[in-house]
Structures are given as C-alpha cells and as structure tokens.
Design a protein around this ligand. Structure first.
Ligand SMILES: Cc1ncc(C[n+]2csc(CCOP(=O)(O)OP(=O)(O)O)c2C)c(N)n1
Length: 318
C-alpha cells in the first residue's frame, strides 16, 4: 500500500524531530547539561511516528522509560521537554522529574514510566474508563520486548481482551532487554502471545513506517468499533545502548550493520523520492527546519531557571 503524500511527510517530520532531539540530548548528556538517567530512542522513530499518526488529540498513549519519541510523536512541546531533561523550571515536571516522569493529559500523554511494564495496566485502566464513558477515543500502549515478559503485560492483555477494551499494545521489539531477551523468554514471536487472550496479534518490520501505520490503523479501527484490543509487535533496532553511559555487551557488530542499513529515516526518504512526493531539496529543507527548532529548544531550556530549593518537595509524592 502507498500512504498518501501529506501523511508520509507528517510521519517523516516527526521522525526527524525525534532523531534530532535524541542526538542533541545525547550531546547535552555527555557534556553534563542533562543529569540523571536517559534512555534514547534513535532508530525506533518509525514506530512512534507511524503509530501516533493514527491518533487524534483525544486519544491517549502510555509510554516507557524510553519515551522521548512517544512524547514528540503525540505532540509534546519540544521546549518543555528539553527543559525537563535539563532539570529546569519550565519543564513538564518543573525540572524535578526528568525523562521518566513526563505527562500531559491535555494531549493524551498518560506518562513516561521508569518501571518496565507499568504502562500496560495503566492503558487498560484508561481504556476501561473510555469504554465506560462511551468515548470513541482509544489508547496506544508502547512497550519493549522485555516488558512483554512481565506479569503486568499479561494481566493487562487478559483484562483488555475480557472487556473488549479500546487499547492497542505496540511492542518495540529490539530483541534485547538490557542484555538478554534470548535468555529471559521462550523463543516465540511476541505477537503469538495475543492468541492466548483471543485478540489479534501481528508482527511487522518496525523500520518500515507503511507496515507499522497499516497494522496500527487496523487495530485502531477495530478498537473504535468496540471490537476490542490488539497487539502489534514491531521488530526494530535502536542505535544506542540501554541508557547513556551503559556498557553494551549484546549488540553484535554484524547485526548492527545490517539494521543500520535499514534505518527507518533513510528508508522513508527513499520511499518519498521513489514516489516522487518530493525532491532531495525538500527533505534537506525539512531537516534544517527541524534542527533549528531543536536548537531553539536548547536555548529556551538553557535560559530557564533551575527550580528554587524551596520547591524541592512541592508536588513530589512520597
Ligand atoms: C520492573 C523493572 N525491572 C527492571 C528495570 C531495569 N530496566 C530498565 S530498562 C530495562 C530493559 C527493558 O527492556 P525492554 O522492555 O525490552 O525495553 P528497551 O530498554 O529494550 O527499550 C530494564 C530491565 C526496570 N526499570 N523496571
């Protein structure tokens, strides 16, 4: 299937924004401008951008510990996001939460989350509320393949399937959770786990935005029609190690080279050119526009103050 021009450009722009944001964040982290823990999303952009292209502002998502891409794809403010990572007052959580504590209910962001597998029960609960309220909105719940081994994932799938809830579980399957997916789970497709709960499950190449878009589109349609939940498993390769500063023992050079050749942004650029939707100069111009936006976000965050010490425990739950 050939996605139409505006849709492909919308997905492309979001992917560029995510990539550019992540490269800048990596640099800021290395230069001690971003404190704490940071898990980068580069290489996986096609999943967040193509999945969220099926959603409206009224729909919801739950994110993960690796959430910058999900947030930007759902329309988060780049400046507030950068300010949060840099620990500044204008950030989403007043600079006190960082990467894994960001939510914005107005645009349907039910939060990034430092607990692997915590998003799925939250998504099922939100979907239960939407069904109860007879809303047409749906929830997309992003997770990693590691999270699919947790009880929370199975409990959420069982609950969502039993109550025919409008939720789509989108797995970003990089085949590595820290170091050892092959040791931590049986060798089967994650999408097969949907069968146990009587809901559709599909595996797609997550670096091809058309395939991700189509699979999520079908699942969203089903959810909006009241037919219930689905699981979409997207095979991907992330460029970075688990978190910035981590030692990586699992990314084999040969696999890395093969996946880098399938970089989702490069693949989408080729598609746009092949379809004659635009020229190389259009792509370059969009890249420059997005990079300027990210630079402006860094200046904004740099100029934002740190929260005052008197704010230390305000809005902090303990
Ligand atoms: C409940 C829980 N256990 C362990 C961790 C430590 N941890 C942080 S990231 C991570 C890997 C998660 O793998 P996956 O879900 O596949 O996501 P990925 O990091 O590969 O994107 C782990 C185990 C955690 N944050 N939460």
């Amino acid at each position: 299937m050939r996605l139409e021009k505006n849709l492909l450009f919308d997905i492309y722009e979001k992917m560029l924004r995510i990539r550019s944001f992540e490269l800048k964040a990596q640099d800021l982290f290395a230069n001690h401008k971003i404190p704490g823990f940071m898990h980068l999303y580069a290489g996986v952009e096609g999943v967040a951008a193509a999945a969220c292209a099926n959603l409206t502002a009224k729909d919801y998502i739950t994110s993960t510990h690796r959430g910058h891409g999900h947030l930007l794809a759902k329309g988060a403010d780049v400046k507030r996001l950068m300010a949060e990572l840099m620990g500044k007052w204008d950030g989403y959580s007043r600079g006190k939460g960082g990467s894994m504590h960001i939510a914005d209910l107005e645009i349907g962001l039910l939060g990034t989350n430092g607990i692997v597998g915590a998003g799925q029960p939250i998504a099922a609960g939100a979907a239960f509320a939407l069904k109860y309220l007879k809303s047409e909105a749906v929830v997309v719940s992003f997770l990693g393949d590691g999270a699919s081994n947790r009880g929370t994932f199975h409990e959420a799938l069982n609950f969502a399937a039993s109550f025919k809830l409008p939720v789509i579980f989108v797995c970003e399957n990089n085949q590595n959770n820290c170091n050892y997916q092959s040791l931590a789970s049986i060798k089967s497709e994650i999408s097969d786990r949907a069968k146990n709960y009587g809901i559709p499950g599909i595996t797609v190449d997550g670096s091809d935005v058309t395939l991700v878009y189509e699979a999520v589109n079908k699942a969203v349609l089903r959810a909006r029609l009241g037919e219930g939940a689905s699981l979409v498993d997207c095979k991907v390769w992330r460029h970075n190690v688990n978190f910035e500063g981590a030692y990586c023992s699992y990314q084999k050079a040969s696999e890395q080279a093969a996946w880098q050749a399938k970089d989702p942004i490069v693949r989408l650029e080729k598609k746009i050119l092949d379809y004659h939707y635009g020229a190389q100069s259009d792509l370059t111009a969009l890249r420059a526009k997005v990079e300027a936006e990210i630079d402006a976000a860094v200046i904004f965050a740099d100029n934002s103050p740190y929260p005052s010490p008197s704010e230390l425990v305000t809005n902090v739950w303990a």
